[in-house]
Design a protein around this ligand. Structure first.
Ligand code: SF4
Ligand code: SF4
Length: 446
């Protein structure tokens, strides 16, 4: 036996915590257990009759010395990306029009389109072709532009796809990424009928800050309407609030918690923080405002700490992720309003990045090859990284940019690389408050 390369030990304010990045179990070792643990990891072969030994095995902290965890992770990642999948995940942008003019929008729009009915039908047929006999679930994400500007297209494509899924006994589920301005209760009722169960809505701080960053095209604010809509729909759709952070809105972001509480939404909606990136020509002027991954990780943990102190349940528990994102998977695609097919959300609208079109069989062209041949496990930085099982290399698109131009870009490390000990401490505190114990290894599966 040997210790896992992915164990994380944290001397925290609640005591000594032990976590494993593959199995994701977290344990609090008390003063009696800690010396035993220290002794046992010096020579794991000696203590196989000790109950602690069993727990460490169960938690993945001790493993067979013949195992190379890195090779196992790499192989599993490939399996998950390329093996015939039971779930087919497709993102559809039924329009590239949007009713807002966000200051940091990354979508480079040279022209705008709506999906017409022919393209909608072809998109449906394209997806049905992907739903092979072994497919158990079809997962659709509606994206844009603002997808609610094209709700008729959502209705028609859904009807076609759901009928097919019912006939073939395939589970159907959908969610939507929307700015929330048009998401009234009436619209949410309609979306439920279209199989949409959740939505992601962005709120960037208090009214003043949010309205300055995410105004309507005519310059008017959107904050009040979005809050009103979230209040109206949160019992119908699972609401995930995304808070985009850069140096200009971090103090306002702290007030999000207060706002969510004031509107009776505490622990009724989820929220998470994301860093603004200056990734495209459309938003490259934002570079001085963007946080480095390290800065973002520090701020994120401060925000989450504040949230737990105010009694919010946080759902940022670090979990094993065999691949970073669907763009590098064989069965994930993004369909744009004119029927072009892409792999990565960030390339939506860039003709030279399309891998084909829903009107014809997929071309396995050089762009497709770029995504499918991406391998984070070959990157030196990731090979030696302790949080590799949680991050799986981060955003491939950002990595490609970094490798093309390392002086201008940053490695897209997930915040876990910098704030994992603090997050584990927060989780332990929360568990102690709620249940009096910290997640024992045995309750967490790998
Ligand atoms: S490659 Fe990066 S930008 Fe593209 S979809 Fe994946 S996570 Fe998003
Ligand atoms: S991207 Fe960064 S955090 Fe993720 S595995 Fe690579 S080095 Fe680690």
């Amino acid at each position: 036996m040997k210790c896992s390369d992915y164990n994380v030990e944290v001397q925290s304010s609640v005591g000594f915590l032990l976590y494993n990045c593959i199995r994701n179990g977290l344990a609090l070792l008390d003063n009696d257990t800690l010396p035993k643990y220290k002794k046992l990891i010096q020579d794991p072969t000696e203590a196989d009759s000790d109950p602690l030994y069993e727990e460490l095995l169960r938690g993945g902290c001790l493993i067979d010395s013949k195992i190379s965890e890195f090779e196992l992770l790499k192989a599993f990642s490939r399996y998950m990306r390329f093996a015939p999948s039971k779930v087919t995940s497709i993102t559809i942008a039924p329009t590239s029009f949007c009713n807002l003019k966000c200051t940091y929008c990354y979508e480079e729009k040279k022209h705008f389109d709506n999906m017409d009915s022919n393209t909608g039908k072809a998109a449906g047929n394209f997806i049905k072709d992907l739903l092979k006999e072994y497919t158990q679930a079809c997962q659709i994400t509606w994206f844009g532009g603002e997808p609610l500007l094209a709700i008729d297209t959502i209705e028609k494509v859904t009807e076609d796809l759901r009928n097919y899924c019912i006939e073939k006994k395939i589970r159907y589920n959908a969610n939507i990424v929307t700015n929330g301005v048009l998401l009234t209760r009436e619209v949410a009722v309609q979306l439920k009928e279209y199989g949409i169960t959740g939505c992601q809505i962005t709120l960037d701080g208090d009214r003043e800050t949010h309205d300055a960053r995410r105004p309507q095209k005519n310059g008017k604010g959107t904050f009040d309407k979005i809050i009103e809509n979230i209040v109206e729909v949160h019992d119908l759709l699972k609401v995930n609030i995304r808070v985009n952070l850069d140096k200009s809105n971090c103090s306002a972001a702290f007030r999000i918690l207060e706002i969510v509480e004031q509107h009776g939404l505490k622990n009724k909606v989820n929220f998470y923080f994301a860093a603004v990136n200056s990734n495209t020509d459309a938003c490259c002027n934002l570079a001085p405002l963007c946080f480095s991954p390290h800065e973002f990780a520090t701020l994120e943990v401060e925000l989450l700490q504040l949230a737990t102190e105010r009694g919010f349940k946080i759902n940022k528990y670090p979990r094993f992720k065999p691949f970073a994102c669907g763009a590098i998977n064989s069965n994930n695609f993004l369909i744009g309003p004119t029927g072009e097919v892409w792999k990565c959300w960030h390339t939506l609208g860039q003709t030279e990045e399309a891998i084909g079109n829903v009107f014809e069989p997929l071309k396995f062209n050089h762009v497709w090859a770029k995504w499918i041949s991406w391998e984070a496990y070959d990157l030196d930085e990731c090979r030696k990284c302790k949080v590799l099982p949680l991050c799986s290399g981060g955003c491939p698109w950002q990595w490609m940019r970094y490798l093309d131009n390392p002086d201008m870009n940053q490695i897209p490390c997930w915040s876990f690389r910098y704030n994992l000990p603090k997050l584990l401490e927060l989780k332990a505190k929360q568990e102690l408050q709620e249940k009096g114990v910290v997640l024992p290894f045995s309750k967490v599966s790998g």
